[in-house]
Design a protein around this ligand. Structure first.
Ligand SMILES: CC(C)(COP(=O)(O)OP(=O)(O)OC[C@H]1O[C@@H](n2cnc3c(N)ncnc32)[C@H](O)[C@@H]1OP(=O)(O)O)[C@@H](O)C(=O)NCCC(=O)NCCS
Length: 158
């Protein structure tokens, strides 16, 4: 683990850094799957989404700080209980990423540890996320933490 990394809940003042890191993540995804290239308005949309979501609790975010810079993030969206299925209180990891120069230093593990502690304290019983097919590093990262594949998401052009 990188020495002197601070992990904390994100606040409104973190939104520009969250959007910058989200954009870096989106560019990374686009390098694997071009359909995921962020649109021209994506940064503004993400800013609006977080500006509404963080204060209202619709979204929860954690940030990793090192030497005065925000180097990683993880966002969650509480989903709640599905009365149709298993009845467990669920939370969805919407995005997670570490800036390229700090990958492989334990930053995302530390972010997940903080997020997991929060999820358990809030009474969530299960957590899920999607991983882009071909993002083998992320797949290995999450499976190492105990996540297992549940769905295949299929798509075709029309
Ligand atoms: C995936 C990602 C979030 C992991 O963050 P990180 O801080 O680099 O991860 P950690 O250093 O905490 O890694 C913990 C473990 O995950 C695995 N892992 C993480 N990134 C990996 C990669 N690129 N390739 C292979 N294994 C990887 C390793 O097994 C590592 O354990 P080890 O150090 O004992 O080998 C980061 O690499 C990243 O931002 N990637 C680009 C964006 C992305 O894919 N985001 C996730 C979308 S679901």
């Amino acid at each position: 683990m990188l020495a002197s990394v601070e992990i904390r809940r994100a606040i409104a003042a973190d939104i520009p850094d969250l959007v910058r890191l989200w954009h870096e993540l989106a560019e990374y995804h686009a390098s694997i799957l071009p359909d995921l290239a962020p649109s021209a308005g994506a940064a503004d949309l993400m800013t609006a989404r977080l500006s509404d979501g963080l204060p209202s609790g619709k979204w929860v975010a954690f940030v990793a700080l090192h030497a005065g810079a925000t180097i990683g993030f993880l966002t969650l969206r509480p989903v709640g209980v599905s009365p149709l299925f298993d009845g467990r209180k669920s939370v969805h990891i919407t995005d997670a990423g570490v800036t390229a120069s700090h990958r492989g230093e334990g930053v995302a593990t530390a972010l997940w540890n903080a997020a997991e502690t929060w999820c358990r304290a809030e009474g969530f019983e299960q957590v899920e996320l999607g991983v882009v097919v071909g993002n083998d590093g992320a797949h290995r990262f999450w499976t190492k933490l105990g996540f297992t594949p549940q769905f295949s998401h299929l798509k075709r052009a029309l």
